[in-house]
Design a protein around this ligand. Structure first.
Ligand code: KG4
Ligand code: ZN
Length: 331
């Protein structure tokens, strides 16, 4: 079965073609980041208007690059939410129109389900069940993933998401939007141990997170220090260290509680090298395998939506009549 995936939840237009037999056939992405940079964040109205301009040319590009005709597509999957209303509406309208014109099913995919399943695009891929650490600009969650549509929330942030804390702290450090990757780059120049920032909820009795206090602590430190380049790099490193320590400790606690042997890291912050290094280091010799999506599939993309759609379609076809394959996942 051949599924066209369309992602338009925020500031990236992603389109991909996934075949249940031949896997990912092709994908294309257009990032609006340059357009939003001047405003220091995503401007929803500009985002929706740009998605309108980009989706169809990207669909054509993916069809051409994979030598596929629209006539051979079996279903269209699009991001239903969460995300910016106007941006989501663009993807939903175009997907429904294409599906209507072709008289094929349209699948509405939860954006986080796309992120959760994105490591399945890699080789080797994890098998079900696994623990997923979902760390994006809008979410920080630990999930027990039993199978397609079987997701149990183990813990989540009680305030800011990890990516949001990265972006806000990056802004305080005078870095451009989106700052997560830029802060991580700056941190590579930092002196370890010069500053120590708090690790909120590190020892709490649950699998929840909190990052807003850490961002405030970083803000106070930035205001107190002379902002020369070395000091900024040292603060960036202290911040990155604090966030990644909490993410690592809670992920390991989730693995212990669930007794699962596989950890999957998904979402934009999953691209962070220090997080990857620390997780690999802590899991060496434990028998637990850790999986990261390819860097291009960590942040928003169409491939994860096409994949989630294809797996859902496959599951619907395998399930007895009357079952709609629906799932619950907290937005
Ligand atoms: O998953 P994503 O593309 O969008 C959401 O669904 O939110 O994640 C974007 C987030 C942003 O906050 C961005 O700053 C962060 O991921 N990010 C990073 C890195 N690359 C992207 N944070 C830390 N280190 C990185 N290397
Ligand atoms: Zn995302």
């Amino acid at each position: 079965m051949l599924v066209l995936g369309i992602e338009t939840s925020c500031d990236e237009t992603g389109v991909a073609l996934y075949d249940t037999r031949r896997k990912l056939l092709g994908h294309a992405l257009y990032s609006q980041v340059d357009m939003h940079r001047d405003y220091g964040g995503v401007v929803p109205e500009l985002a929706s208007r740009d998605h309108i301009r980009r989706v169809l040319p990207l669909v054509t590009q993916v069809l051409e690059q994979t030598n596929t005709s629209l006539e051979t597509i079996d279903a269209i999957a699009y991001t239903q939410g969460p995300g910016l209303a106007g941006a989501l509406l663009t993807g939903a309208s175009i997907s429904n129109a294409l599906a209507f014109a072709r008289n094929i099913p349209v699948l509405n995919i939860h954006h986080l389900e796309g992120h959760l399943l994105s490591p399945l695009l890699s080789d080797p891929a994890p098998d079900f069940p696994f623990v997923a650490l979902l760390v994006s600009g809008g979410h920080t969650q630990l999930m027990h993933v039993k199978g397609i549509g079987q997701y149990k929330l183990l813990g989540e942030t009680v305030d800011d998401a990890a990516g949001e804390a990265f972006d806000k702290t990056a802004k305080l450090l005078g870095l451009d939007y989106p700052g997560g990757k830029l802060l991580a780059d700056l941190a590579t120049q930092g002196q370890p141990g010069r500053f120590k920032l708090p690790r909120p909820m590190l020892n709490s009795d649950d699998l929840n997170f909190s990052f807003s206090g850490l961002k405030t602590a970083a803000a106070l430190l930035i205001n107190k220090q002379k902002a020369n380049t070395q000091t900024r790099a040292d603060i960036a490193l202290a911040f990155e260290d604090a966030v990644t320590d909490v993410l690592v400790k809670k992920s390991i606690a989730a693995l212990k509680i669930t007794r699962l042997q596989q950890l999957v890291v998904a979402g934009g912050v999953g691209a962070n090298s220090r997080l990857r290094q620390k997780l690999r280091h802590h899991l060496v010799g434990t028998g637990i395998a850790v999986f990261f999506p390819e860097l291009e599939f960590c942040t928003d993309n169409g491939a994860m939506i096409a994949l989630a759609g294809a797996l859902r379609l496959q599951q619907l076809n395998e399930k007895p009549p009357g079952s709609d394959g629906s799932f619950t996942i907290k937005a």
